[in-house]
Design a protein around this ligand. Structure first.
Ligand SMILES: Nc1ncnc2c1ncn2[C@@H]1O[C@H](COP(=O)(O)OP(=O)(O)OP(=O)(O)O)[C@@H](O)[C@H]1O
Ligand SMILES: [Mg+2]
Length: 269
C-alpha cells in the first residue's frame, strides 16, 4: 500500500518518543510511505523570538490561518522547510530510515495559486475582504518526483510550503497539502496524526463516518479539526482509499489506525 502520513501538533516533539519512527520502519518492509508535516506552533514561537508577532484570521467556514506577510513567509519557510523538516529527517536517519526532506518549492513539488484576497470574519462577526498575503491554494503536485523517491525506498518528508506561479514560497495548510499529495498519488490511505484521539463530538470519539455524514456535522467541528475533515473529503474525492484521523502518540501510531483499532475512519460511503 501507499500510505501518506501527516504529522502535526504535539507529536512533532516525537524525538522523545520513537514509536512513530519504529512503526514507520516496520511498515516500510511492506509499504511505501510519504510524510507531510505541520508545525504552526513552532513557527509562532520562533517568530515571536524574532520580534515578529503573528496574527491569525478566521474564514467564514471556520478555518483559522496565519496572516502571512513578507516577513512572516520568510520565517515560515525557515522554520517549516528548515528547522522542523530537517529535525524529522535526522531523526528518521538515526533509525536507519532514509528520509529526504523537501518543500513544495523543490522540483516544483507543490504548486499553488496565490490568494489575492481572502474573506475573513472579524471580532464583531462581520465579513471583511483583506489582502491574501503569501498564502495559496494548491493546484498541482509533481508526483513524478515523489514516485522517483518512493520507488527507490526513500521516504519523502514534505514541509507545507508551496511555490507560486511567480516562484515565491506560499504558506499552505499542512492537512490540505497532505490531502493533495495523497490525492495526486492516488494513495491507498491518508493517515492524519495529531494530538487528539480523532474527531470528537459531544466528548466522544467518532470511530467511523462517511463523507455524506461528515458534511452534515461540519458546523459542529472546531478549528484545527475542521481542516482535517475538509482535507479528508478532498482526499477521498481525489481517489484516496480511506482517511483516518488518529492520535500520534499511540504505541503503533500508524499500524493501529490502519487496522481500525483507533482514530476516526472517514470513507467515501
Ligand atoms: N471536534 C473536534 N474533535 C477533535 N479535535 C478538535 C475538534 N474541534 C477542534 N479540535 C482541535 O483540533 C486540534 C488539532 O488541530 P491542530 O491544528 O491544533 O493540530 P495539528 O494539525 O495536528 O498540528 P499542525 O497544525 O501543527 O499541523 C485538537 O488539538 C483540538 O483542540
Ligand atoms: Mg493544524
Amino acid at each position: 500500500m501507499l500510505i501518506v502520513v501527516k504529522i502535526g501538533g504535539d507529536i512533532l516533539k516525537w524525538r522523545r518518543s520513537p514509536e512513530l519512527i519504529l512503526d514507520i520502519r516496520h511498515l516500510l518492509s511492506e509499504h511505501k510511505i510519504v510524510l507531510v508535516h505541520g508545525g504552526g506552533v513552532e513557527v509562532t514561537e520562533i517568530a515571536s523570538k524574532l520580534g515578529k508577532r503573528q496574527q491569525f484570521v478566521v474564514s467564514p467556514k471556520g478555518f483559522r490561518s496565519r496572516y502571512t506577510d513578507k516577513d512572516t513567509i520568510e520565517i515560515y519557510t525557515m522554520v517549516m522547510a528548515g528547522k522542523i523538516n530537517k529535525q524529522i529527517v535526522s531523526t528518521l536517519q538515526s533509525h536507519d530510515v532514509h528520509g529526504v526532506g523537501l518543500s513544495g518549492l523543490d522540483g516544483l513539488l507543490v504548486q499553488a495559486k496565490r490568494k489575492k484576497r481572502i474573506v475573513i470574519v472579524d471580532e464583531t462577526g462581520r465579513k471583511r475582504v483583506v489582502d491574501g498575503g503569501y498564502t495559496g491554494k494548491i493546484n498541482k503536485v509533481n508526483t513524478q518526483l515523489l514516485q522517483l523517491l518512493i520507488e527507490n525506498d526513500y521516504v519523502p518528508v514534505i514541509a507545507p510550503v508551496a511555490i507560486s506561479e511567480e516562484f515565491e514560497p506560499l504558506n499552505v495548510d499542512g492537512d490540505r497539502t497532505a490531502a493533495y499529495i495523497a490525492g495526486a498519488l492516488k494513495a491507498d490511505r491518508l493517515i492524519i496524526l495529531t494530538g487528539v484521539q480523532g474527531l470528537i463530538l459531544d466528548d466522544q470519539l467518532v470511530p467511523k463516518l462517511t463523507v455524506s455524514e461528515v458534511k452534515k456535522i461540519l458546523p459542529k467541528i472546531g478549528g484545527g479539526m475542521i481542516t482535517k475533515v475538509y482535507a479528508a473529503i478532498e482526499a477521498l474525492e481525489q481517489g484516496v482509499g480511506e482517511v483516518i484521523i488518529s492520535f500520534g502518540l499511540e504505541t503503533h501510531p500508524i499500524s493501529s489506525p490502519l487496522k481500525h483499532k483507533c482514530g476516526t475512519v472517514i470513507s467515501r460511503e
